[in-house]
Design a binder for this molecule. Structure first.
Ligand SMILES: C[S@@+](CC[C@H](N)C(=O)[O-])C[C@H]1O[C@@H](n2cnc3c(N)ncnc32)[C@H](O)[C@@H]1O
Length: 206
């Protein structure tokens, strides 16, 4: 079992990141090659970055966040130093930078239902330039599938998100697939995760 080091302190702390981090690491880490360089979008508290690099000291992990969240993220990373986790950098899906440090795999968790649709579109549009053929993008979260009725917990979560902010909401996988196709990115696999979440595995085509 992979656990966060109890000596670590988190301000802010995300109970959900603590809860889903173990399942995510169990599904994600075996897929990453030795010495894999991971670029994470929307790192939030940084808990996933730290957990992953504690479990896999060979990883090089670049956390990123919107400018408004960067100081809090970096403070958390400095309170919880782990070799492999890099200094956090700004990455806003609405205005992605022209270049980012070289990476082997792209990762984001619990962000696509928080970003407004314009940011999701912008993120998928930038995959064409961000990724090179063969690179893989892992995105974790709740999604709607056109061939599966939505589960009550995701419907309730969706309703609560939209009540708080109409720009937020659980995304349709078919919409994401159509956005990805415009960037020559294809859905390679899906992994069912606990609590009706899914790890989507995307690949940049040639
Ligand atoms: C629910 S939190 C998830 C944080 C972390 N990935 C996790 O799973 O614990 C959603 C994150 O998406 C980030 N986010 C929202 N809009 C964004 C954007 N336009 N670009 C990058 N990140 C964004 C937020 O700042 C926030 O940290």
């Amino acid at each position: 079992m992979i656990t966060e080091d109890p000596r670590h302190s988190w301000h802010p702390f995300s109970p959900s990141a603590a809860q889903n981090g173990e399942a995510i690491c169990s599904a994600l880490l075996p897929q990453l090659a030795d010495n894999c360089r991971v670029f994470e979008i929307g790192s939030g508290t940084g808990q996933h970055a730290v957990r992953a690099c504690l479990a896999r000291p060979d990883l090089w992990w670049q956390p990123s966040e919107r400018a408004s969240e960067l100081i809090a993220l970096q403070a958390n990373l400095e309170r919880n130093p782990v070799p492999g986790v890099q200094t956090a950098m700004t990455f806003d899906a609405l205005e992605p930078p022209a270049t980012v440090p070289a990476f082997d795999a792209l990762y984001t968790a619990n962000t696509l239902h928080i970003m407004p649709p314009t940011a999701v579109e912008s993120l998928f549009a930038t995959l064409r330039n961000l990724m090179t053929p063969g690179q893989v993008f892992y995105s974790y979260g709740p999604f709607y599938f056109k061939d599966k009725p939505p589960v009550p917990s995701n419907l309730a979560f969706d309703a609560s998100l939209r009540a708080a902010n109409p720009d937020q909401g659980v995304r349709d996988l078919s919409w994401l697939v159509s956005l990805a196709a415009k960037s020559a990115v294809s859905l390679r696999a899906t992994i069912e995760m606990p609590s009706n979440n899914t790890l989507l595995i995307w690949e940049r085509l040639a």
